[in-house]
Design a protein around this ligand. Structure first.
Ligand code: TXA
Ligand code: MG
Length: 347
């Protein structure tokens, strides 16, 4: 067991001495969890195959699920990738630093251990001063999957990371809650029409503004084979069984009320994931509002926290409302469907 140190850092002006200590750990092939604007990452030297193996072990993650490589400056990109397509340059210009991950053909310096055996590498520049300072000070690009045990909801604060990874990593940098709350958008530019392999913080609509037509990987639908290796695994799952209710808001509320009533009558502990607009309409079960339907970022930033909260409350079942799949809603609903194992009730 490692003694996992939790170090609080100033989000906007990360203290140099603290970043230095964390960077030393990375340089010495250790693991540091750190905040990004999306979720917390579990970071290690991306150029060291041995470190990639350590990351997989700490997370309990299958080795064919490739890691995202994080950079702090465009100067690091040439070292890692064979070519930079012009469309990628336009996207980097607009969205980096930010929640967009782009797939490139990798150079030999990037080990297959980091890319899960693929000849491509996923790269992103996070929009978080602590992440950027850590990468800079480490002197190497940092491979970082979300800092959760594989399959669990992604971590959006240091406490979530500690819950999953304490004893398995050297350090957690605590820079407060993540603002976006769902992971980055993973984008493949290898075909004529760009394809979203994982919806995330940068929206489909924002990408279409720059690129024209953008497709969503049809493999993201239940039962299909996704193109991004990580997407095939069960994800984000709370311990309770979970059902997503979809349909008009009125129908959703009516159905959830009825189901909750039956479940509670049968002695079951029920959690309801409601919204600011609907929470007052429920009376049975543990009712939690995930956020405001008119401000979907409040929902994305709360989503994983609430899934973990239901775990702590030890509910048996979760009934979750749906939101519109516009904007960041697409990523929110993708995470909810996966958390529920695609157990969706259309009403
Ligand atoms: O927001 C994020 O992206 C967070 C923070 C920490 O930066 N990181 C993150 O990493 O979500 P992870 O490892 O949990 O998810 C990486 C996703 C997986 O679905 C993986 O399959 C996909 O990116 N991916 C990575 N490299 C790929 C590649 N070369 N080709 C296709 N998909 C790739
Ligand atoms: Mg993850």
């Amino acid at each position: 067991m490692l003694n996992t140190e939790i170090v609080t850092v100033d989000k906007n002006r990360p203290e140099k001495d603290k970043i230095k200590i964390a960077a030393e750990i990375i340089k010495n092939s250790g693991l540091v969890a750190f905040p990004t604007e999306t979720v917390y990452g579990l970071g290690g030297n991306a150029l060291d195959e041995h470190v990639a193996r350590k990351i997989y072990t700490a997370k309990g993650r299958p080795q064919d699920n490739p890691l995202i490589v994080h950079i702090y400056s465009l100067l690091q990109l040439d070292q890692l990738v064979k070519e930079i397509p012009s469309r990628a340059a336009a996207l980097m210009d607009k969205f980096w630093p930010g929640p967009l991950t782009i797939i490139f053909y990798k150079k030999d310096i990037v080990p297959f251990g980091t890319t899960g055996g693929l000849d491509t590498v996923a790269i992103r520049m996070p929009a978080h001063p602590v992440a950027l300072e850590l990468i800079k000070e480490s002197g190497v690009p940092i491979a970082a999957p979300s800092a959760n045990i594989s399959g669990r909801p992604s971590p959006v604060c240091a406490r979530d990371v500690a819950e999953d990874l304490s004893g398995g990593i050297e350090m957690i940098l605590d820079g407060g809650p993540a603002s976006v709350g769902v992971e980055s958008t993973v984008l493949d530019l290898s075909e004529e029409v760009p394809m979203i392999l994982r919806p995330g913080g940068v929206t489909l609509e924002e990408l279409e503004d720059i690129l024209g037509r953008v497709d969503l990987d049809p493999g993201l639908a239940p039962g299909e084979k996704p193109r991004s290796p990580g997407q095939k695994y069960r994800h984000y799952a709370p311990k309770a069984s979970m059902t997503v209710i979809s349909g008009s808001i009125e129908h959703q509320v009516k159905t959830i009320r009825e189901l909750a009533e039956q479940m509670v009558a049968n002695g079951s502990k029920v959690g309801i994931m409601a919204t600011a607009q609907t929470r007052h309409r429920y009376t049975k079960g543990y009712i939690i509002s995930v956020g405001d339907r008119t401000a979907p970022l409040t929902i994305s930033s709360n989503l994983f926290t609430i899934l973990r909260k239901f775990d702590r409350l030890k509910v048996d079942s979760i009934l979750a409302e749906s939101i519109s799949e516009e904007g960041i809603g697409l990523a929110v609903m993708n995470r909810l469907y996966k958390a529920a194992g695609y157990n969706v009730l259309k009403v």
